[in-house]
Design a protein around this ligand. Structure first.
Ligand code: DP6
Length: 349
C-alpha cells in the first residue's frame, strides 16, 4: 500500500527583513520580521509526500531531480515531525499505522516550484513550509500552525512565515531552544485586499551568494548590522504593524522601501561586499521613486530579497495596471538579456 498527501504553499515576501542569525543550527534570528504571503496560484510550491512499507529510505525530488536529504535542515524537520506523529487509519484502503510504526516507515517526497528556484524569490520559504505541512497532515500531527512554524523555521528561517496567509510576523523569541521563535498572523488575507503584488523577474539565474552564507558573513563582518537589528528594526516593526492594521499605504510604502534599502546597505557593508541587485534592479527603484514623488504620495512600494528580482506592491488594481504599463514601456521583457517576465498576483493566500 501507499498513502499520499499533497499540499500547496505560497511563498512570502518580507517587508521588514530577516537578515542574521543568533543560532545557526536552530535558525534563530537577530530581529523580528514581517512578511506578506502571496497568492498560491502565482508563486507556490506543491509537494506530495508518500509513505509505504515498500520504501527502504527517505527520498526527495525537487522539480523532477533527486536531491539529497542528508543535510541537517531536512533531517531536523523530518525528525521533529516524526516525533509528533499520531495513529493514522484509512478505512477505505484498510491501512492502519500506529504511532510507534512511523519510526520505521520511509517517505518519498516530490516537490515542484512554479517559479525560479534560488533566484531570490523565497523558494526555500515555500518549500520547507510545504514539506512540513504535508508531512504533518500525512502523519496526523496535532500541532497548530504556530507550532508547525517553529519546525518549518528549522528548514529555512523565512519558511515559518509561509504557514499563514495575509501579513505575518516572525517573532524572534528569547528562549535558547527556540520554542518561542514562531510565526503569528497579524491580519488575514482579506484585511487589505486592494493591494496588488507585481514581481519583475529580472533574472532567473541562481544567486551567487545564498541567504544562509550571506547573512553569516554579514553578522561576522558588518558593523552596521547590529545597529539595524537592535535600534532600527524594533521601531520599524511597531510602525509597520500599525500601518498594516490601519491600511496606511504611505507609511507602509515608506517602511517597506527603507527596509529593503537598508538590508542591501548592510549587504554592501559586509566584507567582502555582497551585491544582490543589478543595474535593472536599480533602474526599477529610480522609476518607482520618481513616480511616487511626482504623485505627491506613494503609489507603489518596492522590495528586493537576496536577488535582483523586484517585488512591487501597488496600492490598488488601478495603480497596478498603470505600473505594469510603465514597466513594460521602460523595461520590456527580453530587451535586457536578463529580464524575463512579470508575474502579477494579489497578496492574499
Ligand atoms: C532576504 O530564510 O532564505 O529573504 O534561514 O538561512 O534559510 P535561511 O535564510 P532565508 O533568508 C531569507 C532572507 C530574506 C529576508 C526575509 O525573507 O526576511
Amino acid at each position: 500500500w501507499v498513502l499520499m498527501v499533497t499540499a500547496q504553499t505560497p511563498t512570502n515576501i518580507a517587508v521588514i527583513k530577516y537578515w542574521g542569525k543568533r543560532d545557526e543550527s536552530l535558525i534563530l534570528p537577530i530581529n523580528d520580521s514581517i512578511s506578506v504571503t502571496l497568492d498560491p496560484s502565482h508563486l507556490c510550491t506543491t509537494t506530495t509526500v508518500a509513505v509505504s512499507p515498500a520504501f527502504s529510505h527517505d527520498r526527495m525530488w525537487l522539480n523532477g531531480k533527486e536531491i539529497s536529504l542528508s543535510g541537517g535542515r531536512y533531517q531536523n524537520c523530518l525528525r521533529e515531525i516524526r516525533s509528533r506523529a499520531s495513529d493514522v487509519e484509512d478505512e477505505k484502503k484498510g491501512i492502519k499505522i500506529a504511532k510507534k510504526d512511523w519510526e520505521n516507515l520511509h517517505f518519498h517526497i516530490a516537490s515542484y516550484n512554479n517559479f525560479p528556484t534560488a533566484a531570490g524569490l523565497a523558494s526555500s520559504a515555500a518549500g520547507f513550509a510545504c514539506l512540513v505541512y504535508s508531512l504533518a497532515k500525512l502523519m496526523n500531527v496535532k500541532e497548530d500552525n504556530g507550532q508547525l512554524s517553529a519546525i518549518a523555521r528549522q528548514g529555512s528561517g523565512s519558511a515559518c512565515r509561509s504557514l499563514y496567509g495575509g501579513f505575518v510576523k516572525w517573532i524572534m523569541g528569547k528562549d535558547y531552544n527556540g520554542s518561542d521563535s514562531i510565526a503569528v498572523q497579524l491580519v488575514d488575507e482579506n484585511h487589505w485586499d486592494e493591494l496588488v503584488i507585481l514581481v519583475a523577474v529580472v533574472s532567473s539565474r541562481q544567486k551567487e551568494t545564498s541567504s544562509t552564507s550571506g547573512m553569516r558573513e554579514t553578522v561576522e563582518t558588518s558593523p552596521l548590522v547590529l545597529h539595524r537589528a537592535k535600534e532600527v528594526v524594533p521601531k520599524r516593526i511597531i510602525e509597520m504593524e500599525e500601518a498594516i492594521k490601519s491600511r496606511d499605504f504611505p507609511a507602509f510604502a515608506r517602511l517597506t522601501c527603507s527596509d529593503s534599502n537598508q538590508f542591501h546597505a548592510v549587504c554592501l557593508d559586509t566584507s567582502p561586499p555582497i551585491f544582490y541587485m543589478n543595474d535593472t534592479s536599480h533602474r526599477i527603484i529610480s522609476c518607482v521613486e520618481k513616480w511616487n514623488r511626482s504623485e505627491g504620495t506613494p503609489q507603489v512600494a518596492y522590495t528586493f530579497d537576496a536577488g535582483p528580482n523586484a517585488v512591487m506592491i501597488a496600492r490598488n488594481r488601478k495603480v497596478a495596471a498603470l505600473l505594469l504599463q510603465r514597466l513594460l514601456f521602460h523595461f520590456p521583457p527580453q530587451s535586457d538579456a536578463d529580464l524575463n517576465s512579470y508575474i502579477v498576483g494579489d497578496k492574499s493566500i
